[in-house]
Design a protein around this ligand. Sequence first.
Ligand code: GCU
Length: 368
Amino acid sequence: MPIPELLTTLGGETITNTGDWEAYRRPEIMHLLAENIYGHRPAAAEKNLNTTWNVLLYHENYKGKPVRYQKVNITAGGYTFLCRGFFPMTEAPVPTFVYIMHEYQENKYNFETSLDCLNVPILDIVSRGYGVAIMPTSGLYPDGDHKADYKAGVFAYFQPDRSLRRDNDWATISAWSWGASRVLDWLTECPWADEKNVAVLGHSRGGKTALWAGATDQRFALTISNASGCSGAMLHRGRTEGGETVEVITKVFDWFCGNYRKFANREEMLPCDQHMLVAAMAPRLCYVASCSEDAWASPAAERESCRLAKDAYELYGKTGVVLPAEGEVEADTNYHEGNIGYHVKTGAHGILPEDWTRYMDFWDAKRG
Ligand code: GCU
């Protein structure tokens, strides 16, 4: 099967307007992505969640800097996990990032002793008038050795009988993205966050999670994927750079629903591809970033998804990504003209302050 046409339904109809996109094709795409890659969430995790939060710590001028710090326990549907918010010391609500912090990063930083965090430059973010809520993924489901027995976290809580798990049930990426939505529930009531301007952002496995969060929760105004690679922004089909495959990722990481591994070495049989995930953000803002020495995440295939996703934006009369032809894309250059932003940073797989600078430049320019 070639790359599925974004604007052609499974029944062969061509979508030409936003009404049909929203009524038919977008729901079909969301179903295909859930069914084959990320899994469906159980009803118990979707309904009557009545999200509340409990403030564990509150500091103004935290560590002598102009930062308001609030550490909260968020409870949704009875399940509780931790999050930390950092905001400027102003009273007006500010646009705020939800940062999905995976365990490699979580274990590197101690926000109780220092604000220094290479992956999330809190002082730069706050000084530019943005807030950031950092969500450690271990509170939703631990990554550990990347193998999931579903005996802990949200799985044990919402689906205690593991014998009922099916091949299209949610898995780790979906659990983490569920958490990002619950952080957004908190931010919609938090006095320092502008609820209309909340972005979701993650790096690598966090980038895959951010994309699924932005697709499943249309309250996110901006979705940012930093080096998300395979099962993130990277197109499965037609790759020339090598990079990670369904076979490898499903062998090593239990992040996806059981159905995904059925496409190992049969990617062309997938009824969806990752341009559909990027397109699910339309007409909202999206940003995809790659790293030049990161062939594992296939930067060219990340760009190709963005290019193909533009058809959905065009239905809304908006521009998708504006990129030169492949081969002419320059490193360390902002491609910020359209509603899907892009840059490729020189260097290895990682998220650094310079990436955040580009994300904030884009959001400064595009925010309504
Ligand atoms: C591995 C994995 C990638 C993932 C990355 C990460 O390299 O193969 O798919 O993005 O870990 O999350 O750091």
